[in-house]
Design a protein around this ligand. Structure first.
Ligand code: ASP
Length: 460
């Protein structure tokens, strides 16, 4: 036994000590829920103090509450190798320069093969050591801006990322890749589309659903696709680059304001909603799927505008929602509310007086739809018209999360609510569109003949 208890605090710490085990012990742990065999992993400083975390032999990590642990027996030890072999990234003056800005998430980490501990892989040398193909594409520089899982990305990090993008563009970079956790990548893609406008170069967000020690990891391929897009593509927009199909055939480039994470574990989780993606990318080429994208330029001009009002909320309507939900936002001095309403954009009648009160207090209230596909249409039913009379403004087919960040940004630009409305209703980066094409509706409904036929074709 050694005395490495990295990250463990009381009461978990005493349980390890009493059982004479520590971090990297291979153990057999008897608990009230059965016996587990695996390796005790370090804990992060912010983790709670009631769980012992183990890597099981099947590759999964579990946290076991100390209150259910009966006994832990050490059967051996396995230490993680924290260092990834570094190779110097070769510089070729003929290749474009790409900057990788890291914010965190699974893509920024790599699991140690034997122990399962998450360790960072980020310097150009480490990335080159893990994904040597990157050097065939560009000269890569890296900078770690943050090291957070993406639920912790907030206005402070959005602003910092936008400013870092501005600095790199002014310095002359050919393309930017942003490594990010996938969970809130679509929020960050949307806000960057507003905070960074008229970029002359591609800004490509990338993440991974599976960490790089797993055979099924999407980390390396997503990174290759994203770096290729940043280095070579003609598309100077803020995009998300992730697996297209569930297999590793190609990646898709999604417009930052029309994309959403749609599956908690599939690698093909990012989908363009209500439209088709901008392009496909594989190791050989980038194939545009549409022509209406913004083209790359050689100048170094870019508009960075990071003013943001944080007191904005999304209210996801559910049947029987009570007015006090709206009242609490009004009483707590929120300045903007996005409603994700039912159907074409509805909420129940008991909310009406509270919405009126919020509007009269000067809160900007906008309606989006929970269905994600399709438009808010508040003229169809009388109830929709009534809600508009209360001051609620329909947001066409803007996705709720996009409307949330856009409203924060719009309120950061002006305190004049007419001006805010003008900003909200004027598309800046494709966040609302004139029409949603039929092939922009992409939920496979298995069982029906045309979808089964389609699946047969793609599975061949
Ligand atoms: N929870 C992680 C995050 O969003 C998942 C990922 O990186 O994909 O940061």
């Amino acid at each position: 036994m050694s005395d490495n208890y990295q990250g463990y605090r009381e009461p978990a710490l005493s349980v390890l000590k009493e059982n004479k085990v520590s971090v990297w012990s291979a153990v057999e742990m008897s608990t009230k829920r059965g016996t587990f065999k695996g390796i005790i992993l370090p804990r992060s400083e912010t983790a709670d103090n009631h769980h012992v975390v183990m890597k099981l032999h099947n590759g999964y990590n579990i946290g076991i509450n100390v209150s259910v642990i009966d006994q832990i027996i050490e059967t051996g030890r396995k230490e993680a190798h924290y260092k990834i072999p570094e190779k110097e990234f070769p510089v070729d003056p003929k290749k474009p320069n790409v900057k990788l800005l890291g914010t965190g998430g699974t893509i920024a980490s790599r699991l140690d093969y034997r122990t399962g501990a998450v360790i960072p892989a980020f310097s150009p040398g480490e990335l080159y050591g893990s994904v040597p193909e990157l050097a065939d594409i560009c000269n890569l520089e890296t900078e770690k801006l943050y090291g957070v899982f993406s639920e912790n990305m907030a206005p402070e990090q959005w602003v910092g990322t936008a400013q870092a993008i501005g600095r790199e563009i002014e310095k002359g970079i050919h393309g930017i890749v942003i490594g990010h956790g996938t969970d809130t990548m679509h929020h960050t893609a949307a806000i960057l589309s507003f905070m960074v406008q008229k970029s002359p170069v591609p800004i490509v967000m990338v993440g991974s659903q599976r960490s790089s020690d797993r055979p099924s990891s999407d980390a390396a391929l997503n990174l290759i696709h994203a770096v290729k897009t940043a280095a070579e593509s003609d598309i100077a927009e803020t995009m998300v680059c992730m697996f297209g199909p569930t297999s590793d055939q190609y990646g898709l480039l999604h417009r930052g304001t029309r994309v959403r994470k749609m599956h908690s574990s599939y690698r093909s989780t990012f989908r363009t909603i209500g439209d088709i993606p901008i392009a496909m990318v594989d190791r050989q080429k980038i194939t545009p799927l549409r022509t209406d994208y913004i083209h790359r330029r050689n100048d170094r001009e870019v508009l960075i505008n990071t003013n943001f009002e944080e007191r904005v909320s999304i209210v996801y309507y559910y049947p029987n929602m009570q007015p006090d939900i709206i009242d609490s936002l009004t009483d707590n001095n929120y300045r903007g509310i996005i409603i994700a309403g039912t159907g074409l954009g509805h909420v129940n009648k008991p909310l009406y007086p509270s919405l009126k009160r919020a509007y009269e207090k000067g809160i900007a209230i906008y309606m989006t739809v929970q269905t994600l596909w399709g438009y808010v249409q508040m003229y169809v039913y009388e109830t929709g018209r009534e809600i508009m009379e209360l001051g609620v403004v329909p947001c066409a087919n803007m996705l709720p999360e996009v409307a949330y960040v856009k409203l924060g940004w719009a309120l950061g630009q002006s305190t004049d609510l007419d001006k805010v409305k003008e900003i909200m209703l004027t598309p800046i980066a494709g966040e609302t569109t004139e029409r949603e094409p039929y092939n922009g509706y992409l939920i496979y409904q298995g069982g029906i003949p045309e979808v089964e036929e389609f699946l047969r074709v793609i599975k061949r």
